[in-house]
Design a protein around this ligand. Structure first.
Ligand SMILES: [Fe+2]
Ligand SMILES: [Fe+2]
Length: 470
């Protein structure tokens, strides 16, 4: 007996107290998780009180309980969204058959891979963000960072629960590996490239939470369609938390835009050098950061043409986000026209689902741009922020390594190389942004490059001491 009261220590709705095998597996894993959290999670601040949201159940009251807690004492829980009675498979060749409560033998390794790949991103992002606390622009932002970090930790728990509960010894080994790989590690990196990019400044954090957490949203949405019901229910609940991460990105970038416009107004000019000299992020620089993180995140959807995504769909493992919005859920008869460097190509829809997903992702990305551009327009400036083309700076797929501008135009290689840092941050740009990253921790005060948020957390004032540093 470990003496751990699981419903207390690990809030859950999976009846953990009655499953001895699962309990033992998690008892073994939990100290490793905590070691990882202390070693690879937020640097410092582990002993400070933070105003955090904790999920204690999946209903409206319980999923967002607010309180002050030290991060290592956070109650990382395991929650599945409520079951849908007699849920049927909603797409693919087995459409209409009952959803699976256990893993079918023939899909065991593929499902495990999907879960591990999703699971790997969760601790990876915590590692990427671990040093940011030192340069927070405000206590409000510091708290939001930690909220995201503990929730990504909970998402890791969610995936580890599935591995432990449904994949036996292989699953337990994978759960250990999830703590052994590290973001940016030369020998044991995280699985996906974007999750090995360092996030060394808060502008990158807002871009990451805007673009990369949104990729997470789309991956979770497509896994929420899965015929494997425990995976579907797990992902459905994770989506409720993911929304806050994108909120941090969208409002963070809106606050940067707002502050920059204020500075431009004060100075009476939009001259980038003068805006920078006044300690703000000029809009062209912001565009470079958006280009960098958007293009990096677009790669996460995979190649335009993919036999893996075709078989995952046909087999019912992974659907399209919001599958029910489509008319055809089998896709055996449809073709999609894809633009490739060699010209337009007609491809079976089933094989181009990554591209379908990428397109709906980009549509979702547009909302923030509309809002930010309205801010700029209202301030009387002609500058507009824009999403880069899906062909720009691709590391996989048919546009891999093609010299394409953010507008999607193929240009000579020499021109592309010469102009690349007009489009993504140069080392000097990054150094400038780093120079702005001075820690501000007086309650209610903001760093000079970012405007205050419109409101605080959970109806508290912006001046609330969200992290108690004294
Ligand atoms: Fe997550
Ligand atoms: Fe997230």
């Amino acid at each position: 007996m470990s003496g751990i009261n699981y419903s207390e220590k690990i809030p859950n709705n999976v009846n953990l107290a009655n499953d001895r095998t699962l309990q033992r597996a998690l008892e073994h894993w939990q100290p490793h998780f905590l070691d990882w959290w202390k070693g690879m999670g937020p640097s410092d601040f582990q002993g400070h009180d933070v105003y955090l949201r904790t999920a204690t159940s999946v209903d409206a009251d319980g999923w967002a309980s607010y309180g002050t807690v030290k991060m290592p004492d956070y109650r990382w829980g395991i929650f599945l969204a409520d079951p849908v009675a007699e849920r049927k498979i909603g797409f693919g060749d087995s459409m209409g058959q009952p959803a699976w409560q256990q893993v079918p033998g023939e899909f065991r390794s593929t499902l495990r891979r999907l879960i591990v790949t999703q699971g790997d991103t969760e601790p990876a992002s915590v590692e990427q963000q671990r040093l940011l606390g030192h340069t927070c622009p405000s206590l409000y932002d510091l708290r939001n960072l930690f909220q995201i970090n503990v929730e990504e930790g909970r998402h890791l728990w969610a995936m580890v629960y599935l591995l432990h509960a449904y994949f036996g010894r292989d699953g337990r080994e994978e759960a250990e590996e999830l703590l052994a790989r590290h973001s940016g590690d030369a020998d044991k990196p995280r699985i996906l490239t974007t999750f090995n990019e360092p996030i060394s400044d808060w502008l990158s954090l807002y871009c990451f939470t805007y673009f990369t957490d949104r990729d997470g949203k789309f991956q979770l949405k497509s896994l929420a369609e899965s015929a494997f019901d425990p995976l579907s229910r797990t992902c459905r609940f994770m989506l409720t938390e993911e929304a806050h991460h994108m909120f941090v990105g969208e409002t963070g970038l809106a606050r940067v835009v707002k502050r920059t416009l204020e500075v431009m107004k004060e100075l009476g000019t939009d001259d980038a050098a003068k805006v920078r000299a006044a300690g703000a992020v000029d809009l062209a620089l912001l565009q470079k950061y958006l280009n960098f993180w958007c293009s990096s995140s677009l790669d996460l959807f995979g190649s335009e043409i993919s036999s893996n995504s075709a078989s995952n769909f046909a087999n019912g493992l992974k659907g399209r986000p919001d599958e029910s919005q489509y008319a055809d859920h089998v896709l055996r008869e449809v073709q999609l026209k894809l633009d490739t460097p060699e010209g337009a190509q007609s491809v079976p829809m089933l094989n181009s689902l990554n591209e379908v997903m990428r397109e709906s992702y980009l549509k979702d990305c547009e909302t923030g741009f509309k809002r930010w551009n309205r801010q700029i327009e209202r301030a009387g400036y002609a500058f507009r922020l824009a999403l880069p083309s899906t062909r720009f700076r691709r590391s996989i797929g048919s546009w891999v390594n093609q010299p394409v501008t953010p507008e999607g135009k193929l240009v000579p290689r020499e021109e592309y190389d010469r102009r690349l840092h007009e489009w993504i941050p140069s080392e000097a740009d990054r150094a400038f942004v780093r120079s702005l990253m001075q820690r501000v921790v007086e309650p209610g005060k903001m760093a000079g490059w970012i405007a205050p948020p419109e409101r605080g957390i959970n109806n508290l004032p912006v001046e609330y001491e969200y992290v108690k540093l004294s």
